[in-house]
Design a binder for this molecule. Sequence first.
Ligand code: SF4
Length: 451
Amino acid sequence: MENFLRDVEDALGNAEAPSSSELDDILSLAGELKGLPLSDAARLLMAGGEDALRAICDKAAEVKSAVFGPRVVLFAPLYLSNYCSNDCLYCGFRKSNAIARRKALSPDEAVEQAKILSRLGFKRIILVAGEHPRYSGVDYLIKTAKEIYSRTDVRILHVNSAPVSVEDFRRLKSAGYGVYQCFQETYHKDSYKVLHPTGKKSDFLYRLSVMDRALEAGFGDVGIGPLLGLYDYRYDALAAIAHSKRLEAKFGACAHTISVPRLRPAEGAEVKDAPYPVSDGDFRKIVAVYRLSVPQAGVVVSTREPAKLREQCLMCGASQISAGSSTEPGGYDGREKSTSQFYLGDIRPLPEMARVIAEMGLLPSLCTACYRSGRQGSNYLRAARSGNLDELCTANALLSLKEYLLDARPEGREIMEASLNRFLDEFKGPLKEDLKRRMEMIANGERDIHY
Ligand code: SF4
């Protein structure tokens, strides 16, 4: 299991920053959209200086556009509980946080929060919970999913929860969850042990092997990502790339998403400042290197980051972004005040974020079609690699945007409508006439229309 970490150490041990001609060669290989060997990814992570950063980011933007077109997927987290039996030193939910105001949503309360998010336009939500047998165990997650699916029009739930056994993953999957997400925090074992002193999470290998169990149990799509700032970013970012490659070799699908969280201060945390700070420039480089190394993975930048940096990331490889997030359980109704997992860097709500994306010439998407059409895991990867997905996905993004503009009537919708019409005019391919017909169906009140 740990072998891929030895590959990471070897690759980094031998890596030097590339010369300008070597950098050109690596970026030209990345342009083939087949990913990069670990040795090349390591060299990109070693690269320094503005010129190299610009070249890496420009190529990542090109690769993102070739694989995902102009789409930027928007989503929101729904925090279920801030009870936790672990004690991660950097987290506001940790069990020794004596000043934490604890809250666990009942399934009914989770439904109310999901309804709020759905009214705002989010039909895909990721449920997030600390690790606690009573407040966030598998039975609770199953019941909560069942209630949300049956009482709201949320179309797909993903889940970020503690590692469990293969059998429990099977039960979670059969409750209708789409992506299973779990972050290793740091792949560096010694640092991991210091930062996760007690609780189930202190078992490094159990966490490292979590995606094997999830995939074995039938989760086609899994989301990974180290928490940047806990250890040297070059090691952790390269380990995430190696982790994805290992999953692809074993299960036929790369990581569905690689998230790029950077440590943020949290109320009641013992470690408030990153032991290994990551600069904004290095953050952009990491986003870009993920894109170039695992081109078909969604690269996700959360609201931990400041607004300007998030926008820069959309121009260097990021393909998914959260918006209007609350990281406190019950945080979407504006009433409850419980402890959040960390402080946010970008508090812009969905309409503003979607408008900004449209103003950048990109296409905001609230699409959930892949999960409803069975394009997951290796099926998804095959479609993405064949180049067949771009037309379908752009069409689905346009359909989801049309629905959003009609139902949520967001501020700034004129700008988004103009963007929608422009992308529709420019849409090429055999689906165009059918797409226009489906747009009409949405205008006439039909919903959840997708390819
Ligand atoms: S990071 Fe997760 S496991 Fe650790 S204390 Fe926070 S909620 Fe619990």
